[in-house]
Design a protein around this ligand. Structure first.
Ligand code: ADP
Ligand code: MG
Length: 554
């Protein structure tokens, strides 16, 4: 029990200590050290902020279990989580902390049968962990009673207090007794959310574990300057240059995650995407595949990746720049965990450079610039890798399985031909430089206008001017045009600029990053299945008809 001293000091009960020793925890994390005594000793509400993976569940879970009366059948703690698998994860963790206590923990989420939930609720449970929608169902049916509630916990609180959930949370809170403690835990806690949270809390304390010392130590942080249209190629080169690439890749929108994972799969990588529109069942399947490393590249949005506890990632890659420094720290905290070195990579387009510098300053991280690997170097590396891997197999004596085939082949052909043919068979076009496309220097400023191909668009710094084959004759107006683009690209209206609507067509500026996507989406939606949107040609006020041939790069 010696190494439990550190936990004992915090005031936890013998039963909690027993559970901790079974879990094999050796010492409390910072958030646990700060939260547990407070939760045990006073009655204040708490806002707790610490990075993902720092054991926030135990920080609130253990002291709460210590204050629950066993075997009453009354719900005394209600834990709210934004997604089903987070609810399941928290409930499992809570169960493991019981240390033999007669405390029932029930998970309640949509998609699960009501019957089973009714039965358990009727029998009585002490802790309920759930997602808001289904909890409200039960509250309305009167099958869930909260009159004996002592604790309400919002896990991933910033998410729970966001637009999508806030009404549900208010409704649930309105069914709880006045006298209770409200606890908020999250990895990020924007000021806006803290202000909102105060509405629901009495006297409260903020516990904040700075993320800097948690991430920066073991995470090597790199950025690459790339044009939006070169990002995919850049990503492939990075994957190919690494011996191991087990990574989360972050995109800003659901559509981008799907597009990117599909493109990666086409190129032969084991990728999958995760976002809010994916069904729960599929989501679980994808996560389990990722945990088993059958899928090694998971492309996700911030929200979809939230709270998911995956260790051992070699890389986190920001395909699109995170919204703010806090999400940057949160994202890259997924790698470099548990004493292992990890790498965080960020793609920056020229127009995003200032934002990156701001992230670097606020998060106090050191993000180093690197250049993308050259194709020649990649191919050389791949060759060296084969030679060294074959060496390893021979040294380890693992070559006996196929000696028959080897001898058969060698009876007919010289050995160099056989080996070369086998490499072609095994690696196909792996060593061909044609797999890769050219990557442009990101600073478009340095490219003289005259040397650009005639087909290329009048790209300004990070901005692309689009030609839209809809005009006043189609009842188009600037307002409608912005709405159309906005809906498809999920862009803030202020990012859509210089809108001009003429009789037969219109123009608008959008960020680089969105242009390709918009063009692709509206490919066949124009008259006679012609592309509805293409890059504007020549001068921004060109009046040429749209070309039916829009540039498409793979
Ligand atoms: P968070 O909610 O902060 O993202 P979790 O509560 O999900 O983190 O915990 C992440 C993992 O760390 C879990 O597997 C948990 O069992 C483990 N863990 C929690 N506290 C400790 C500790 N003190 N020592 C070792 N592992 C811990
Ligand atoms: Mg958590």
């Amino acid at each position: 029990m010696n190494n439990l001293e550190n936990f004992k000091k915090l005031g936890l009960s013998e039963k909690s200590l027993l559970a901790i020793s079974k879990k094999g925890f050796e010492k409390p994390t910072q958030i646990q050290e700060l939260t547990i005594p407070l939760l045990l000793q006073n009655t204040k509400d708490i806002i707790g902020q610490a990075q993902t993976g720092t054991g926030k569940t135990a920080a609130f879970g253990l002291p709460i279990l210590d204050q629950i009366t066993e075997n009453t059948g009354n719900v005394q703690a209600l834990i709210l989580a934004p997604t089903r698998e987070l609810a399941v994860q928290v409930a499992e963790e809570m169960n493991s902390f019981r240390g033999g206590r007669k405390i029932g923990v029930l998970t309640v989420y949509g998609g699960q049968s009501y019957d089973q939930q009714f039965r358990r609720l009727k029998k009585g449970v002490e802790v309920v962990v759930g997602t808001p929608g289904r909890l409200i169902d039960h509250l309305k049916r009167g099958t869930l009673k909260l009159d004996q509630l002592k604790f309400v916990i919002l896990d991933e609180a910033d998410e729970m207090l966001n637009m999508g959930f806030i009404d549900d949370i208010e409704l649930i809170l309105s069914k709880t007794p006045q006298e209770k403690r409200v606890l908020l835990f999250s990895a990020t806690m924007p000021q806006r959310i803290v202000q909102l949270a105060q509405k629901y809390m009495s006297e409260y304390e903020i516990i904040k574990v700075p993320s800097k010392q948690l991430t920066v130590n073991l995470t090597d942080q790199i950025y690459f300057e790339v044009r939006a249209s070169d990002k995919f190629e850049a990503l492939c080169r990075i994957i190919d240059v690494e011996k191991e690439f087990y990574a989360l890749v972050f995109c800003r929108t659901k559509l981008k995650t799907d597009q990117l994972s599909n493109a990666l799969i086409d190129r032969g990588y084991d990728a999958a995407s995760l976002h809010g529109d994916i069904s729960q069942a599929q989501r679980e399947r994808i996560l389990s595949q990722f945990k088993k490393q059958r899928v090694t590249i998971l492309v996700a949005t911030d929200v979809a990746a939230r709270g998911i506890d995956i260790s051992d990632l070699t890389h986190v890659l920001n395909y699109s720049l995170p919204q703010d420094p806090e999400s940057y720290v949160h994202r890259i905290g997924r790698t470099g965990r548990a004493g292992k070195q990890g790498t965080a990579i960020t793609f920056v387009t020229p127009s995003e450079y200032r934002k990156l510098m701001q992230i670097q300053r606020v998060s106090k991280s050191e993000i180093r610039k690197e250049s993308l690997p050259k194709v020649k170097h990649l191919i050389k590396l791949k060759r060296e890798r084969i030679v060294s891997e074959v060496n390893e197999i021979i040294e380890a004596g693992n070559y006996h399985d196929h000696l028959n085939i080897a001898n058969e082949l060698l009876a007919h052909y010289p050995s160099d031909q056989v080996i070369s043919a086998l490499i072609t068979h095994a690696y196909k076009d792996e060593f061909s430089s044609e797999k890769y496309t050219e990557i442009h220097e990101p600073g478009t400023k340095h490219v003289p206008k005259s040397s650009r191909k005639s087909e290329s668009s009048p790209d300004m710094e990070g901005i692309t001017r689009l030609f839209i084959a809809l005009g006043r004759k189609d009842k188009m107006n600037p307002h409608k045009l912005i709405a159309l683009i906005q809906k498809e690209a999920m862009l803030d209206a202020h990012l859509i600029g210089d809108v001009e609507v003429y009789d037969n067509f219109s123009f608008a500026n959008v960020p680089f990053e969105e242009a390709e996507h918009l063009i692709e989406t509206f490919r066949q939606k124009g008259r006679d299945k012609k592309p509805l949107i293409v890059k504007a040609k020549g001068k921004t006020k060109s009046t040429k008809k749209p070309s039916s041939r829009s540039r498409r790069k793979r």
